[in-house]
Design a protein around this ligand. Sequence first.
Ligand SMILES: Cc1ncc(COP(=O)(O)O)c(C=O)c1O
Length: 429
Amino acid sequence: MSEEMEAPRSGAASQNQPLDMEFVRAQFPPLDNGWAFFENAGGSYVPRQVIDRMTTYMSETQVQPGAAYGPSASAFERVDGARRLMADMINAREEEIVIGPSTTLNVYVLANALRPLFHEGDEIVVTNQDHEANGGAWRRLSEFGMVIREWEVDSVTGELDPADLDELLSEKTRLVCFPHVSNLVGSLNDVELITRKAHDAGAWVCVDGVAYAPHRRMDVKAWDVDFYLFSYYKVYGPHIACLYGKRGAMTAARNQNHFFFGEESVPQKINPGGMMHEAVAALQGVADYLDGIYWHHERGNVRDAAMLFQSRLIKVSNLFAAHEENISKPLVDYLLTRKDVRLLGRATSDGSARVPTFSFTVEGKSSAEIVAGLHRKNIAVNNHHFYAKRLLDAVGIDAEDGVVRASMVHYTSPGDVTRLVEALHAVLK
Ligand SMILES: Cc1ncc(COP(=O)(O)O)c(C=O)c1O
């Protein structure tokens, strides 16, 4: 927590207060479409606040921002104001975040920006648990003489053991790339512990937070990470993504933008092509939405204008975590009753161990046929390797048929989960 931030007040949104599902679900228009939606790890629905902010921006200020005339000045304030909130959301400084088209592209640009800092024989640790977004661009640096060392998952659970990292680290290690949570396994990796190990070896870390971000508050300063990435379209926003880099690391990285952006131009030099203005402005709607949850559950309290958005998110995150744990339990319990099911990651709904992204296979049935059966019952799920192909190869699952993945977020209702479990039971008969 940064120094100027207040400790969270105790109030109506205490540990035991449940998330008001009626209030939450009313914010998301597609939740009325008849489908029980379990493809959230692919991309979340957006609330009305985001749709409204984008519509307003495009209706009123779709001009080049930053000139002195009225609509242009307003456009700048909308884009810049949203950026400031997004920095606050993860406890970063404004100049430490790049908002680019996707996490995949942000990693690609970052890898090119860091490449000149590395020398032949320097080592990068990557995992086979990662989505390829935080793997491929780093692995390609072997073409420039970097040595790639792979931190491997357990071949049964798909989990990473931080103890295995120790033997991969040396004075040659420059960077350790790993996921905060795998988009298939769901178990939480201990980001602080892994970061400490990497720092002790003199290396930076680059953490893929895409599968973590929809579920919990992010605090890049508390974790002390050097680079952290996630995608707003999985965090109730438009299809754009965030790259956080510590100020010093961002400054050291080399300019990937036009020549006239100097090496001090952070973050512009890491964002070639600039931002998608209407989508960045719409990120204000993500803050509106999350803040709306806070104030709805804190309506008995006197509004404290000095409290930072980041502090309010502590309570929102606690509400989400408790709800997600509750709704996961019936699915985990059901899967555990079945001898023919193989579930990746921790076989628990415990929110301190995992997020509610559940990937499984069933003996004697293809994942594709299970998914087709679930679609017939209006359950939205999918099967694939979901771009974590190396992971499925490592745990011996056919990557083409892949796993069935059912992923939940805070707007998933207990009723949705009941529908999923009943439909699954019928399909697996
Ligand atoms: C864990 C993880 N990392 C990275 C990505 C890639 O994100 P983007 O689509 O923004 O490139 C995804 C997308 O599914 C993901 O799940």
